[in-house]
Design a protein around this ligand. Structure first.
Ligand SMILES: NC(=O)c1ccc[n+]([C@@H]2O[C@H](COP(=O)([O-])OP(=O)(O)OC[C@H]3O[C@@H](n4cnc5c(N)ncnc54)[C@H](O)[C@@H]3O)[C@@H](O)[C@H]2O)c1
Length: 298
């Protein structure tokens, strides 16, 4: 019998915002396969995630297939807008964010967070990039400001470059090779008019950055792939079309060969494949987990 066994692997997962995030399902799948899972969450949502990890009312969402409960080895704050703490300009942040960030006791930049994980856990085998943000997501591209466009690119695309660079030394030469997996969307390659705020451009950049990164870390045995997920009503997705994101899910379902929406567990299963020895020669790819929607011409 072929099974996926990730025991002994260290997985650093970004982008868990709550128990509906793709990254939540990915984390659970990696843990169920035996990996040690470390979460790096936006400082704003660390409290929400800690609640989901401990509250009785969320117990069911923590359950793993063997009946045990998902528990990460660690939850660290990380704002993917910062490569190092030298980038943080507290006085430019809104007062509430300034106060919250001033209380953080660990280095919450990408480099600081990755170094902390790499050193404490003795290396990193799996890196999951599952983050995206645009403050003008509801504005069509043509109305998006330069500032919001650049911010969306930085947080949603450049962060993959920055994370991969920071993690590369910890992933190099790991037994079986390292695996970086990011989440993208068809809006980066086709026109999805409501996918605004610069996010479509960010996904287009992410798609090609993943291919380039596959080259730059491939000589160290690390693979870089993306999953292009079909629409799914996570917190971030609901903010794209407030009150009517379900229309996107229904449209994709009706126009997909499989004629149904995706499940977040299906994205997590595809991540498991990409992180497993079964995908040992797969790199620089976009794997569509969208019930086939992308092949359609209507
Ligand atoms: N939901 C969909 O329909 C869909 C489809 C295809 C791809 N995706 C992609 O999947 C990924 C995960 O999104 P999701 O749908 O699970 O939504 P989500 O809201 O659960 O996850 C987005 C995460 O990004 C994090 N984030 C935003 N800004 C950040 C920053 N500066 N630093 C650190 N973290 C930050 C948020 O805290 C949140 O945890 C994103 O890249 C998204 O574009 C989503």
């Amino acid at each position: 019998m072929v099974t996926i066994d990730l025991s002994g692997k260290v997985a650093l997962v970004t982008g868990v915002g709550d128990n509906e995030s793709f990254a939540w399902f990915i984390s659970k799948a990696l843990r169920a396969a035996g990996a040690t899972v470390v979460l790096a969450c936006h400082p704003r949502v660390v409290g929400i995630v800690e609640g989901v990890l401990t509250r009785d009312m969320d117990r069911e969402s923590r359950l793993l297939p063997d009946g045990s409960e998902f528990k990460p080895a660690k939850v660290l704050p990380c704002d993917a807008g910062y490569d190092t703490m030298a980038d943080v300009k507290l006085d430019e942040l809104p007062p509430a964010t300034q106060r919250a960030y001033a209380k953080l006791t660990t280095d919450y930049s990408i480099t600081g967070m990755v170094d902390a994980v790499g050193q404490e856990f003795g290396g990193i085998d799996i890196l999951i990039h599952s983050m995206a943000f645009s403050r003008e997501i509801t504005k069509p591209l043509i109305e998006t400001s330069r500032k919001a466009y650049h911010e969306a690119m930085g947080i949603s695309a450049y962060s993959l470059v920055s994370l991969t660079r920071a993690a590369a030394p910890y992933m190099a030469g790991r037994p079986g090779g390292g695996s970086v997996v990011g989440l993208t969307y068809i809006g980066g390659e086709r026109v999805v008019p409501y996918y605004g705020g610069g996010m479509s451009t960010a996904k287009a950049a992410l798609d090609h950055d993943a291919r380039q990164l596959a080259w730059f870390v491939g000589d160290k045995g690390t693979r870089v792939n993306l999953i292009s997920a079909g629409p799914y009503a996570s917190r971030a997705a609901r903010s794209i079309r407030p009150g009517e994101f379900e229309k996107s899910v229904e449209h994709a379902a009706a126009h997909s060969p499989l004629r149904r929406p995706i499940e977040p567990t299906e994205v997590a299963d595809a991540v498991l494949f990409l992180c497993s020895p079964l995908a040992s020669a797969v790199t620089g790819q976009i794997l569509y987990v969208d019930c086939g929607y992308h092949v359609m011409g209507t």
